[in-house]
Design a protein around this ligand. Structure first.
Ligand code: GAP
Length: 442
C-alpha cells in the first residue's frame, strides 16, 4: 500500500462529486436549474448541521455571554432604509451591448473586450441594488414593500432591547443567529461561493465603545481558532484588513478571514467593527431608545458592535476543498474527504465480510446506531469497494465482522486516512467511537 495524499481538487471535481454522492444539487435542475441556488441532499444536510453545531459550540468565551435568536427572513422597507441597505447595498454593474452579457464592473477590466463575445462595447457602469424586493399583503397595489434580508444581522439589532430585557445579559454580550440571507448577486458563481440564497452564521457582540478595539482583537483570534478546530489547513487561512475603499457602509474597520481557494485567496468570514451605526440608525428611524444605562458612570450610551459573520455554505465549500484527497491504495487511485470525525456526515460503516455473517454484524450495527446516529450498514460489493464508498463521503471509520469475529468477539476497525486496520473488542466499539468523535481529539 502506498499513501501519498494529494489535494488536486478543482471546482469541477467537487461539483460533480457532490452531485454523484448526494451532498448538493443544482436547485430546480429538472427545469434547467436556477443560477445561484442549490439544494442539499442527506449528506450535505448532515455536514452542514455538524458545522452549525460546531459554530454554536465555538461561541462560548470567557469575555461574556452569547445568546441565540432567529429572526424573520423578510423585513419592512422602513427597517432597510434605516439600516442603509436601500441606499447603499449595491454592486457596480455593466452590460456588453453586443451579446447582452452582464458583469460586475469591479471584477472585469473595462479596457478589454467582453470575455463572452470578444467585442468591446460596454454600457455605462450603473449601481445595482442586490436586495430582493417583495410585496407583503394580498394585492400588489395595496400591499406594502418588504425585502428578503441580505444579512441576518438587522434582525438582531432591531431585537436588541427585547433580548437585553429578557435574557439576563449584561454588556459585553453577544447575540448569535443562524439563518438564510438573500442577495440578487449580479454574477453568482464558483458553486457555493457566491449564491443568491445562502445561510449566514453571525455574532453581534455588544460592548462599551472604549473596549471595542480589544474586543475586535479578541474575536479575530478566536474566529481563526474555530477554523483550526475544524481541521482546516492553517497555512491556507489568513487574516486580511480591508482597505478604506472596500469597507461596507456600516463598517469602520473590517478584517476578513481568508482561505486560499483554487481560485485564489477569498473571504471566508468578515469581522467588522460596526461601531454604533446600526443601533443609532434604528433608534433614529423608529423613535425608540436603544441606549443602555451604565451603572458605574450613571450615564446612557449606545453600545459598539463587533460582528463576526460567516456563510455556512461558503464554510462547507471551504471544508470540501480543504479535505479532498487523492492517493494510491493497492495500486488504485482512491479519493476521500479527510473530515475531522466530529464534522464527518457519516461516522462509521459496518460491514459483514460475507452474506453468512450479516446477522451478527447487523445486530452490532443496531446497538451502535441506538447510541451514535449516522452510521451505515453495507453488505453489497467487495470489502474494498465498500471502503471506497465510505472514503468518498469522508466516513472516518469502518468496522468489519469476519470469520474470526465470533470466536474472539472482535471486529476490525479501519481508519480512513491511513487505511490502517486493527482488531477491537465488540463491546469497545461504542466507547471507541464516542472518544474519536469528540471535537478536537484528532
Ligand atoms: N452582516 C455582515 C455581512 O453580511 P458580508 O461580508 O457581506 O457581511 C458575510 O457577508 C459572510 O457571508 C461572508 O464572509 C461569506 O462567508 C457569506 N456570504 C456573503 N455573500 C455570500 C454569497 N453571495 N454566497 C455565499 N456566501 C456569502
Amino acid at each position: 500500500m502506498e499513501t501519498s495524499p494529494k489535494n488536486p481538487v478543482s471546482l469541477d471535481i467537487l461539483t460533480a462529486l457532490c452531485k454523484r454522492r448526494g451532498f448538493i444539487f443544482q436547485s430546480a435542475e429538472i427545469y434547467g436549474g436556477l443560477n445561484g441556488f442549490y439544494d442539499f441532499g442527506h449528506l450535505g444536510v448532515l455536514l452542514k448541521n455538524n458545522l452549525r453545531q460546531a459554530w454554536i459550540r465555538s461561541l462560548d468565551n470567557e469575555k461574556g455571554e452569547i445568546v441565540l435568536m432567529e429572526g424573520a427572513l423578510i423585513g419592512p422597507e422602513a427597517m432597510w432604509i434605516a439600516s442603509g441597505h436601500v441606499e447603499n447595498f449595491h454592486d457596480p454593474m455593466v452590460d456588453c451591448m453586443e451579446c447582452k452579457h452582464r458583469f460586475r464592473a469591479d471584477q472585469i477590466n473595462l479596457d478589454k473586450a467582453c470575455s463572452n463575445c470578444g467585442k468591446k462595447n460596454w454600457t455605462e457602469v450603473r449601481n445595482f441594488n442586490m436586495m430582493l424586493k417583495t410585496t407583503i399583503g394580498a394585492s400588489e397595489s395595496s400591499g406594502s414593500t418588504g425585502y428578503l434580508r441580505p444579512e441576518t444581522a438587522q434582525a438582531i439589532f432591531v431585537n436588541f432591547k427585547n433580548v437585553l430585557s429578557t435574557a439576563r445579559v449584561k454588556i459585553p454580550f453577544g447575540i448569535a443567529q443562524i439563518g438564510k440571507s438573500f442577495r440578487n448577486e449580479i454574477t453568482p458563481r464558483q458553486f457555493l461561493f457566491r449564491m443568491r440564497e445562502f445561510e449566514q452564521m453571525e455574532i453581534e457582540w455588544f460592548c462599551k465603545p472604549q473596549d471595542a478595539k480589544e474586543m475586535f482583537e479578541f474575536w479575530r483570534k478566536k474566529r481563526l481558532e474555530f477554523y483550526y478546530s475544524l481541521g482546516i489547513s492553517q497555512d491556507k487561512l489568513r487574516l486580511r484588513s480591508h482597505e478604506k475603499d472596500e469597507l461596507s457602509h456600516y463598517s469602520s474597520g473590517t478584517d476578513d478571514v481568508e482561505y486560499n481557494f483554487p481560485f485564489g485567496w477569498k473571504e471566508l468570514e468578515g469581522i467588522a467593527h460596526r461601531k454604533n451605526f446600526d443601533l443609532t440608525q434604528h433608534s433614529k428611524h423608529s423613535g425608540k431608545d436603544l441606549s443602555v444605562f451604565d451603572e458605574s458612570t450613571k450615564t446612557s450610551y449606545v453600545p459598539d458592535v463587533v460582528e463576526c459573520s460567516v456563510g455556512s455554505d461558503r464554510l462547507l465549500l471551504t471544508l470540501l476543498f480543504d479535505s479532498y484527497r487523492e492517493d494510491t491504495v493497492e495500486g488504485e487511485t482512491r479519493n476521500y474527504f479527510a473530515f475531522a470525525p466530529h464534522v464527518a456526515p457519516i461516522k462509521a460503516g459496518f460491514f459483514p465480510l460475507s452474506k453468512q455473517l450479516e446477522e451478527p454484524m447487523h445486530k452490532i450495527y443496531q446497538n451502535v446506531r441506538a447510541v451514535i446516529p449516522h452510521v451505515q450498514f453495507d453488505l453489497s460489493g467487495s470489502i474494498g469497494k465498500r471502503y471506497r464508498r465510505q472514503d468518498e463521503i469522508g466516513t472516518p471509520f469502518c468496522f468489519t465482522y469476519d470469520f474470526e469475529s465470533e470466536a474472539t468477539q472482535t471486529v476490525t476497525v479501519r481508519e480512513r486516512d491511513t487505511t490502517r486496520q486493527h482488531r477491537i473488542a465488540i463491546d469497545q466499539i461504542i466507547p471507541f467511537l464516542q472518544k474519536a468523535l469528540q471535537p478536537n481529539t484528532n
